[in-house]
Ligand binder design. Structure first.
Ligand SMILES: N[C@@H](CCC(=O)N[C@@H](CS)C(=O)NCC(=O)O)C(=O)O
Length: 308
């Protein structure tokens, strides 16, 4: 049998049941959808070419986006051990995102089920701990490309499938993801209009979590590590001003352990004249109780830049 393919048609945009125009190159599978503050909290999965496996992400669409109004997008990066579920069920972001008319997208924290030996051995390396870098070591470099996934592929997928204003993007996150947000913004001047972080692992080349992941994903050379360290990247940043907001719980157990080192980031910002406000929040720990307390401030901070 002769199979005839009409390439013009194959390339044409098709309207899927989810209601938005989607190019034939990206197939999204709707995993769940729940009405929330007049909008919808959804989870999708898709085959990622960047990390070579099925990836999930959450997306909150305010009511106006469901009607097709184009909105800014705020990307959230979660911390160690998280999937896309932690943020959408615990942060309480949807009420504020609905009020501020911004879409929020939150990807998973690593590739999953890639059958790499040792990928599930510890909570702070491999599954759930992609650290938002592109691995260069032999074992990890095929799949552990979370930096390119977040800064390139995911942005394309979102812009192709949802009503977005492509040049109005912000990024924020928590812990490993707070640092991920900082490096995505610092390494790509102009890509994001706003950036903020909760309890970021601010200087990973000098803490145990960072050293473990960077050794595994990037190898032993610490000049390569510096390319993914926000405290180092601030020093060479040369782009539009970034009005960084950081919240840090003063009773954070990982602050006390020396995993976060926000004071080093602040010193670096002061030396480099990078505007950065760090708020030390008395009594708060590292958990989503802390995040949910200040999420409104962060979304308002981003909305100011995204709608401005
Ligand atoms: N020791 C903790 C470390 C992991 C942790 O605290 N993860 C933070 C990010 S660094 C988190 O968001 N956990 C998920 C949650 O609280 O829902 C564990 O046993 O899981």
């Amino acid at each position: 049998m002769l199979l005839k393919i009409d390439f013009a048609k194959a390339k044409a945009k098709v309207l899927f049941r989810i209601g938005f125009a989607m190019t034939s190159s990206t197939k999204l599978t709707l995993v769940s959808s729940n009405k929330c503050f007049s909008g919808e909290q959804r989870v999708y999965s898709h085959e990622s070419s960047e990390v070579g496996c099925t990836m999930k992400f959450g997306i909150f669409l305010p009511a106006s986006a469901l009607d097709g109004t184009k909105l800014p997008v705020l990307y959230w990066l979660s911390g160690l051990t998280c999937t896309e579920q932690n943020f959408i069920t615990k942060a309480g972001a949807q009420r504020v995102a609905a009020k501020q008319n911004v879409i929020i997208v939150n990807p998973d924290t690593s590739p999953r089920g890639c059958n790499i030996e040792g990928e599930d051995d510890s909570y702070d390396f491999g599954t759930g701990a992609g650290f938002y870098v592109d691995a260069t070591t032999e074992k990890w470099k095929k799949n552990y490309r979370m930096y390119s996934y977040v800064t390139i592929e995911l942005i394309d997928v979102i812009n192709e499938n949802f009503p977005t204003i492509p040049d109005r993007k912000g990024i924020f996150g928590h812990s490993m993801g707070g640092h991920g947000a900082l490096i995505c913004a610092l390494k790509n001047p102009g890509l994001y209009r706003s950036v903020s972080a909760f309890a970021p692992i601010a200087h990973p080349t000098k803490c145990a979590w960072g050293k473990k992941c960077f050794t595994g994903y990037l190898g032993p050379a610490d000049h390569v590590w510096r390319e993914y360290d926000a405290t180092e990247l601030v020093k060479s940043y040369n782009g539009p001003p970034l009005d960084i907001l950081v919240d840090q719980g003063a009773s954070d157990e990982f602050l006390k352990e020396g995993q976060l080192l926000p004071e080093r980031l602040m010193e670096s910002c002061a030396e480099s004249k990078m505007p950065c406000i760090m708020r030390m929040q008395e009594g708060y720990d590292h958990s989503y109780y802390f995040i949910s307390t200040f999420i409104e401030d962060h979304i308002n901070h981003h909305a100011k830049h995204l709608h401005g």
